[in-house]
Write a protein that binds this ligand. Structure first.
Ligand SMILES: C[S@@+](CC[C@H](N)C(=O)[O-])C[C@H]1O[C@@H](n2cnc3c(N)ncnc32)[C@H](O)[C@@H]1O
Length: 256
């Protein structure tokens, strides 16, 4: 049932549009703290289990705890960087766990199932010939670490200009960022997410999810950049048009 327009609930929703909590999510700081704590524990357990599996066995299943560790780190840092560098908009949604629900959860579940199934059924079989499977996994590691670094650094650098929700109205605190990482690529946070995502599938050794992730992520960021840049041109005019001419996205065929 809708609240009357002048009720306290409706007024608070208007006053803080960024704090649009999704149904079922805790609104209190305690809720955020508990989820933060659980993510921290998940991260620690994943790292410990990954190290133990690597040290004590040669099981190809070490890839799964790595994926869970990378996933926990990613979501923890989404919240942490928002809370530290753009505090006014931090809320439970900043963990980005429920964005694009349920497609996002299904994608990660499919990745884990593909890895589990193929590594259990064909433990010694690589989908790439000879040692190229190892090279692909190593390249995947580099992409996961570099992608995570670029994404988090972009969030730190953009500060209050960064928002998980694409802004349709320009706030006073929103400045055009064109220095640092933003001088090398127009959308470093998307660049980081894109290569982090496909890198995880290379580490997992998942041929099907690698192709699916690449297509889905490319389509998502292609549409997102188009939408976001139309609004940025509205906010910053020629300044953004010139920036767009000068700097690319470094994601193939995105933002042309
Ligand atoms: C999820 S953030 C992503 C930022 C950027 N696309 C990136 O990948 O680093 C989306 C918000 O960032 C803002 N934004 C994007 N590029 C920006 C820039 N160069 N300077 C300031 N704000 C920017 C958009 O207006 C939008 O509200």
């Amino acid at each position: 049932m809708d609240s009357p327009p002048d009720s306290p609930i409706a007024q608070s929703a208007q006053a803080t549009p960024d704090k649009a909590y999704l149904p079922g999510q805790p609104k209190s700081l305690e809720g955020i703290a508990i989820r933060s704590f659980c993510l921290g524990i998940a991260l620690a357990l994943s790292v410990v289990s990954m190290s133990l599996t690597l040290v004590y066995t040669s099981s190809p299943l070490w890839r799964l705890p790595f994926f869970m560790g990378a996933l926990s780190t990613f979501h923890f840092l989404e919240f942490w960087t928002t809370a530290k560098y753009n505090t006014p908009v931090a809320n439970i949604g900043s963990f980005l766990l429920t964005a694009n629900w349920p497609a996002y959860a299904i994608a990660h579940m499919a990745a884990m199932l593909e890895c589990l199934f193929t590594k259990l059924v064909f433990p010694n079989r690589s989908w790439a010939p000879l040692y190229s499977g190892h090279i692909i996994a190593l390249l995947g590691f580099i992409m996961v670490f570099a992608g995570q670094f670029v994404r988090s650094a972009a969030m730190v650098q953009a500060g209050q200009s960064f928002n998980h929700t694409v802004q349709h109205r320009k706030k006073d605190s929103h400045n055009l960022v064109t220095t640092g990482l933003y001088s090398f690529m127009r959308h470093p946070a998307y660049f980081g997410f894109f290569y982090w995502g496909i890198g995880t599938q290379m580490v997992l050794g998942n041929p099907f999810c690698f192709v699916a992730y690449t297509i889905v992520l490319w389509r998502f960021f292609s549409a997102r950049v188009k939408h976001e840049e139309a609004l940025l041109i509205k906010f910053f005019g020629d300044e953004y048009i010139n920036y767009k001419k000068r700097v690319g996205t470094l994601i193939p065929f995105v933002g042309h």
